[in-house]
Design a protein around this ligand. Structure first.
Ligand code: NAP
Length: 485
């Protein structure tokens, strides 16, 4: 298999927050890998911007360290790192003041290059940055802005932020990032559904019993406790990442693979979601072990009721999905780091093999991590004598095995998404109305928790979450899939 890399047009990318954790771990290494792949051959300039005083040489040293720590293949580094670093520069500026802005304006090419501004700073700075870009004449119609998550903390704040951005930028210039959409498997979910005739006729409540979406992490909040405790699993995971996975799984086929066709269909799914009943949602908090602190000991507020786990049952009221529940769960300090979408098909209408053959179901599993890939569970006869014994086996399509050595390298989501910004393709970014609609579904759940003041259910580190979450699905005569590494 030959990989096709088409260089993007020359561009200038300003990374506000260019010295922060996200820039260090994700953005700069992603840019380096695209550079190595030849995608930035058209000529690119990357300017880090933050308040800290440093010159271009110091920023290049910072980037060199970041790349060697997070994603530098030694062979690629030897071959390409120096050339990549030559494209980097740094400007000290304050998003909340006027310091440094003239310097930035002076450094930006006013030629015909594509210009993108990546807002990799705390969310309170998204609005001020948009305003300062405008005030300094940088918000030209041809530029793009990339806005990190979280996009608001409820519908009202998301609306306000959308309004501020809309004062200076057209919706076609705003790239709200959800890195889950940049994952290869997530895009493959659309390919599986819409490029094969096999699945789509079965992709509805007539054939699908239920769908499970799991995003499980084995680690705790660690050093992110301060941020996480103000957010919780519902805001940090469900409103954005899990909602996006739900939308792509449930949406109608868009007429075209273009930004608005895809996003229109996703929005329809969100709008068709029923409100979640109190008994349809469970929240939890992990307990510590002999060696690891519990959630409450990892955050400042020892009485916190913020959830590190959520499980819920969602229903989509439309023709395709009426009667097929979507069970969603996410949490920290669970048994393993494992994320997947499992489409569980209904039992065969009649078993010709008798009751001894047991219960068998086809399950299509889309694995997001680890080992991105797709697996179809089918039932076959167990080989050998002894009558008609049935056994479930996986038809496994781990990308690296199915597509050969060239595909062993699965690009990080940020690589794909940053190049999409430069290409001007918004398909894998969230539109403003989509984000607001997602908050509108999530807000009442959070408000109910706040009003009731109840405590989250405790669960053991290394478990599958609180017992109440098991009960949530057992009540319906179903069970969660095992969380496996
Ligand atoms: P961080 O480590 O705290 O870095 C913040 C960056 O912003 C630093 O470079 C900081 O440098 C700069 N900054 C702060 N105040 C500034 C100001 N007034 N003007 C200009 N620059 C300023 O944060 P992060 O973890 O990188 O997160 C950045 C954004 O990405 C946040 O919105 C976060 O929610 C989102 N995000 C992060 C991750 C992650 O894994 N880290 C994942 C998903 C989303 P100075 O202090 O020198 O100014």
């Amino acid at each position: 298999m030959v990989s096709r890399v088409i260089p993007v047009q020359p561009f200038d990318l300003v990374v506000f927050g260019g010295t922060g954790d996200l820039a260090r771990r994700k953005i700069l290494p992603a840019l380096f890998r695209r550079f190595c792949a030849g995608q930035m051959d058209g000529g690119a300039r990357v300017i880090g911007a933050a308040r800290g005083e440093m010159d271009g040489a110091a920023y290049r040293a910072f980037t060199r360290d970041a790349i060697s720590e997070f994603g530098g293949d030694p062979v690629e580094m030897e071959a390409h790192l120096s050339a990549f670093l030559e494209q980097l520069d740094y400007v000290a500026l304050d998003a909340n003041g006027d310091d440094g802005w003239d310097d930035l304006v002076g450094r930006l090419d006013d030629g015909d290059r594509i210009r993108a501004f990546y807002f990799s700073v705390g969310p309170s700075l998204f609005g001020p940055l948009a305003t300062r870009l405008y005030d300094h004449g940088l918000a030209s119609p041809r530029c793009r802005i990339v806005v990190e998550k979280p996009f608001g903390r409820d519908r009202s704040s998301a609306q306000k932020l959308n309004a501020v951005l809309a004062q200076h930028f057209d919706e076609t210039q705003i790239y709200r990032i959800d890195h889950y959409l940049g994952k290869e498997t997530v895009q493959n979910l659309m390919a599986i559904r819409f490029a094969n005739t096999l699945f789509e006729p079965l992709w509805n409540s007539q054939y699908v019993d239920h769908i499970q979406i799991t995003v499980a992490e084995s680690g705790g909040v660690g050093t992110r406790g301060g941020y996480y405790d103000k957010s919780g699993a519902m805001r940090d995971m469900v409103q954005n990442h899990i909602m996006q996975l739900l939308c792509l799984t449930a949406m109608e086929p868009p007429a075209k693979y273009d930004p608005d066709s895809v996003r229109d269909e996703k929005l329809k799914v969100i709008r068709a979601l029923d409100p979640v009943e109190p008994e349809g949602v469970v929240r939890g908090q992990y307990e510590g072990t002999d060696t690891l602190p519990g959630y409450r000991n990892e955050v400042e507020n020892r009485d916190t009721t913020t959830e590190s786990f959520v499980a819920l049952k969602a229903r989509i009221s439309n023709w395709r999905w009426a009667g097929t529940p979507f069970y969603l769960r996410t949490g920290k300090r669970l048994r393993a780091r494992a994320s997947e979408i499992a489409v569980v098909f209904k039992d065969a209408p009649h078993s010709i093999f008798g009751s001894d053959s047991g219960r068998h179901r086809n399950i299509l599993t889309i694995r997001l991590q680890p080992n991105e890939g797709i697996e179809m569970g089918v039932t076959i006869k167990e080989p050998g004598p002894g009558g008609m014994r049935l056994v479930d086996v996986p038809l496994d399509m781990t990308f690296s095995e199915a597509l050969g050595p060239q595909s062993e390298y699965v690009p990080d989501a940020y690589e794909r998404l940053i190049m999409d910004v430069i290409r001007g393709d918004q398909t894998l970014f969230m539109r403003g109305d989509e984000v607001e609609a997602a908050w509108a579904w999530v807000d009442p759940i959070i408000e109910r928790w706040d009003v009731a003041g109840t405590q989250p259910a405790l669960y053991s580190t290394g478990s599958s979450g609180p017992d109440d979450a098991l009960a949530l699905i057992h009540r319906d005569g179903r069970r969660w899939r095992e969380i496996r590494p």
